[in-house]
Design a binder for this molecule. Sequence first.
Ligand SMILES: N[C@H](CCC[C@H](N)C(=O)O)C(=O)O
Length: 290
Amino acid sequence: MTTASTVEFAKYQGLGNDFILVDNRHQKEPLITSEQAKQVCDRNFGVGGDGVIFALPSENGVDYTMRIFNSDGSEPEMCGNGIRCLARFVADKDGSGPVTQRIHTLAGVIQPSLLQDGQVCVDMGPPILDGPKVPTTLEPTQGSTVVQAKLNAAGKDWLMTCVSMGNPHAITYGTADGSSIKVDELDLAAIGPEFEKNTAFPARINTEFVEVLSRSHVKMRVWERGAGATLACGTGACALVVAGVLEGRIDRNCRVDLPGGPLQIEWREEDNHVYMTGPAEPVFTGSLRL
Ligand SMILES: N[C@H](CCC[C@H](N)C(=O)O)C(=O)O
C-alpha cells in the first residue's frame, strides 16, 4: 500500500509570475516529480502556479542548487522571477543568511542580492547570442547572432531576434512590413503556440512581443514555453533588452513594463552581464498531500 506523503511548500510571486517553492535542501531528489508538478500547478485541481521551484543541496561550493518544473511539467534551465522568489524564500526560512546568494542552476551560477527596499537584484550572467546555442535554426544575420530574422507565423512575417539567458527566447519588436507592435492588441492564446512549437526552435521557445515607449522604457507581453501567457517573465525581460540594444532601438538600462508590473534591466557593458531588479513576495504556506 503506498502511503500518501505530505510536502511543505510556500507560494511566492514576482509580478504575478507565481511559484510553489519547496525547501528540498535535505535530499538531492526533488520531493515533487515533474508529473506531479502539472497537477500541483493546476489552478482548479491543485495549488495553482506557473511552476514548482526547489532549493536543493549545494553543488560545487555554492549556497544551494535551484531546479524548476514549468506548469506543463517540462524543466527549463532558468527562471528570473522564480529565482528572485527562491532567494527571498530561503532568506525568510533561514532568518537571515547572506545578502547575496550564489545559486547553482542549469544556466550556471546565478547571484541574487536582497536589497534593503525588499527588491531583489539578480546578476543573470551574460546573454548567449550564438544562434545554434539559443537554440534556433533561423539564419544568423550579425555574425553568429540572429537579429531581426524573418519568421512566418500566425499569418505574418515577424522580425525575430534570438537570445538565450540559459533558457531560449525569441523577441519581436515588429513585422517585416515595418509596422511596430501594439502588445495589448495581440491574441496571445491564438498566436503564442505557433511560435512556441515552431520548427525554427528545436527546444521550443519563450516569445516576447515588445512595444517601444522610449529608449529607456518598453512594454511587453510574453508567451512562455511550457507555461503559456504569464503576467511576467524575468529571463524574457532580460533577453528583450539585449535584443532591443542589438537592434539599436533602446539603451542598455531600461525599464520593462510587464502585465504584472515593472522590472529594471541593465545589460552592463563592462562585464557583459545582465542585471534584473524587481520584487518577490510571499503569498501563503501550506502542505501538499501527494
Ligand atoms: N517558461 C520558461 C521558464 C520560466 C521563465 C520565466 N517565468 C522567468 O521569470 O524567467 C522556460 O521554459 O524557459
